[in-house]
Design a protein around this ligand. Structure first.
Ligand code: GDP
Ligand code: ZN
Length: 367
């Protein structure tokens, strides 16, 4: 049998998102005899990790950081002890490519990591209710900020009988989401599902969106069986041990992985200023023409954004929601300790650069 790359052991992880870059990153740990695996879920200082030997339980004691942004989470790639370790420990986490974070409602406005190493953020938007473009923008900002690529999926297209109306709705979302693919799907009739499957057919995807938007239905369609039933069934199989399941990390039959955790439902916005910038790239583009670099696009003279609104080039609603999101974001940011945040950013940048350099060096070695 031919494996796409690497050892037969790690090839077993391909359905869970393992690729050449992870393989390269893992080389030093493989040399120490550690086993690669992807974190399925975390609870009470332990986690379930899917490894080439199946799902194992591992203690996270050695990777407990004080920084909540570095806590082990679903989607992380880990190096765990080989079989025989009792208990097994997670020895290290590979540097994350992307991370979904939500602000907690606690007084300390710390972030909470929801999912790591997500490539596609599928934003489900129901066509059964009136389009809430502000909400779409929110999810887009969250997606961009995480580092994942957003896709807007307008669900329940079967409920919009008139094709002209449907085209207008798509257009509205397209103007709201520059550079983002917008699809329409009907889980009921099967329309558009192949396009969605192709989009999420490699890498890791999550489903975001309001409750009732059709996320569970899409998850079932993508996974090809009833996820809820699967969960229930697998929960009681074996000796009733939940450790045999990968219920939060579901390989898709056509390739790709779906991360589906309760925590991803109803996420808010956390320090998504760069994400907001990407959602509103049209506004930021216009703002470069403003006379003052710190123009608030309010009543300043020489404001290019206001004049675009006046000329009808930029919808007024869009400027309003840009400002609203920026204000909200600033409030969240202000609540968080600036020094800590700067440290996190520096650390992530450094890790990212080191990871890339190491991966490059190792790729050289492998070829
Ligand atoms: P979630 O809360 O985002 O997970 O949404 P669900 O997947 O539970 O869907 C909410 C409701 O929308 C359910 O009653 C589904 O049966 C319904 N629904 C989902 N997809 C479709 C679709 O393609 N067409 C129609 N007509 N209804 C759908
Ligand atoms: Zn301006």
């Amino acid at each position: 049998m031919n494996f796409p790359f690497g050892s037969p052991t790690s090839a077993a992880l391909v359905p869970y998102g393992w690729d050449e870059d992870w393989e390269s990153e893992f080389v030093p740990y493989a040399e120490q005899g550690l086993v690669p695996g992807r974190v399925v879920r975390v609870d009470r200082g332990q986690c379930d990790v899917v490894t080439p030997e199946g799902v194992v339980r591992a203690d996270t004691e050695f990777v407990v950081p004080r920084d909540p942004m570095k806590v082990v989470c679903t989607g992380d790639w880990a190096a765990v002890d080989p079989e025989g370790g009792d208990p097994r420990y997670v020895r290290t986490l590979l540097p994350r490519r992307t991370a979904f974070v939500r602000s907690t409602s606690s007084k300390r406005s710390d972030g909470q990591i929801l999912a790591a190493n997500v490539d596609h953020a599928v934003i489900a938007v129901s066509l059964a209710v009136e389009l809430d473009l502000g909400r779409v923008e929110r999810f887009l900002a969250l997606a961009w900020e995480s580092g994942a690529r957003p896709v807007a999926v307008l669900t329940k297209a079967d409920l919009v009988a008139d094709p002209v109306t449907l085209a207008h709705l798509v257009q509205d979302v397209e103007t709201t989401a520059p550079g983002v693919p917008v699809l329409t799907v009907s889980a009921l009739h099967g329309d558009g599902l192949d396009v969605l499957r192709a989009l999420v057919g490699s890498g890791t995807a999550v489903l975001l969106g309001q409750s009732g938007a059709g996320k569970s239905t899409l998850a079932n369609v993508l996974v090809g069986e009833d996820v809820m039933d699967v969960r229930a069934a697998r929960d009681v199989d074996g000796k009733g041990r939940h450790t045999t399941t990968t219920r939060n990390l579901l390989p898709l039959p056509g390739g790709g992985v779906l991360i589906d955790t309760p925590g991803l439902r109803g996420v808010g916005l956390f320090d998504a200023s760069s994400g907001v910038g990407q959602v509103f790239s049209d506004v930021e583009e216009l703002a470069r023409g403003c006379r003052f670099p710190d123009c608030a696009h309010d009543s300043e003279p020489g404001c290019a954004v206001r004049s675009a609104v006046d000329s009808g080039e930029l919808p007024h609603r869009r400027l309003d929601s840009y400002r609203k999101l920026m204000r909200e974001n600033q409030r969240i940011v202000a609540k968080t300790d600036a020094r800590l945040r700067a440290e996190i950013k520096r650390d992530w940048k450094r890790k990212g650069a080191e990871g890339r350099a190491a991966a490059q060096a190792k790729r050289g070695r492998w070829s």
